[in-house]
Design a protein around this ligand. Structure first.
Ligand SMILES: [Fe+2]
Length: 307
């Protein structure tokens, strides 16, 4: 018998002393204290991975499946970020960067621009495999990171990060404070909606014209929703349309009733380029009201960018 309480305080979401201490010290970027994962944490990873594997085989985009192979994740143990990075960096230069919690929007996008992916290191409680409001390492490494081994997808994320810089420059040039906040809120909503409907919940057409597969990480880390997204007759699956996406509100804590389908990642990259141009043209300054709400910390992160 081991004495887990003394040697393994655990890195369970919302119950990790290591994370609380880092947050109290104001440290956002941290190291992954691998020895602190408890046996229960590893067991949670194993169960999540095991039940997800057949769903990935059935519903995931081929690029994602290739990414899973490339990363050589251990199905039975929480991944070590250093190991993940060793396999990923030679492909696209991306690396998973451990964080203690929420990364304000501008800083998050700026990391993407530098080919760094802010990565949660805690894992959900084993009693609630299905639902958790926060991201965890299964969402970030099991859902996002395999996509970052694909060159076209990785370039799209970098381009998205560049968009955030354009946004910061635009709003920092507005002298009227009220107008500045209003414009920034609108631009951020457009960016958040785009990110949500593509990177988190995107579908891709294929392999036949009538079929689609999943590339969005929110879906790829959800046992229930990945099937629902592809199979349910109640889901609207619309061809990707930038005009629609940037004006479309969404709710977080439910299965998504509306999803957008791209043809390939080249289309996605082109759409981010268009998003950037529309931003420069002022076309994102008045998007339709509605969700998501943009938080104070996110707004401030754009206003303080480069300062
Ligand atoms: Fe995510």
């Amino acid at each position: 018998m081991t004495a887990p309480a003394a040697t393994q305080p655990g890195l369970t979401t919302t119950k990790a002393p290591y994370i609380e201490a880092a947050q109290a010290r104001g440290e956002l970027y941290i190291v992954q204290p691998y020895e602190q994962y408890s046996d229960a944490n590893h067991d949670t990873w194993r169960r999540l991975y095991e039940r997800m594997t057949p769903r990935w085989a059935r519903y995931a985009n081929q690029r994602f499946l290739d990414g899973i192979t490339t990363l050589s994740l251990d199905p039975t143990r929480v991944p070590r970020l250093e190991d993940v990075n060793q396999f990923m960096r030679p492909r696209t230069g991306f690396r998973a960067k451990p964080v203690s919690g929420y990364v304000p929007a501008f800083r998050f996008f700026d990391c993407l621009r530098n080919r760094e992916f802010p990565t949660t290191i805690t894992i959900r409680d084993g009693d609630v495999l299905d639902y958790l409001p926060e991201p965890d390492i299964f969402h970030d490494i099991g859902g996002h990171v395999p996509m970052h081994t694909d060159a076209a997808f990785a370039d799209t994320l970098v381009k998205f990060g560049e968009c955030a810089h354009v946004a910061a420059e635009i709003v920092q040039g507005i002298s009227d404070t009220q107008e500045q906040l209003r414009t920034l809120t609108s631009i951020q909503q457009a960016m958040a909606r785009f990110f949500w409907f593509t990177i988190e919940f995107g579908l891709m057409r294929g392999p036949t014209p009538d079929e689609c597969k999943v590339y969005g990480s929110g879906l790829l880390s959800s046992f229930g929703e990945v099937q629902h997204a592809v199979e349910s007759p109640s889901v609207q699956r619309a061809p990707m349309q930038l005009e629609w996406v940037i004006n479309q509100s969404f709710e977080i804590h439910r299965y998504q009733p509306l999803l957008f389908v791209i043809d390939d990642f080249e289309q996605l990259f082109d759409d981010v380029r268009r998003l950037e141009q529309w931003m420069k043209d002022g076309k994102l300054n008045n998007v339709a009201p509605g969700g998501p709400a943009i938080g104070e910390a996110d707004l401030r992160s754009f206003l303080e960018a480069g300062h």
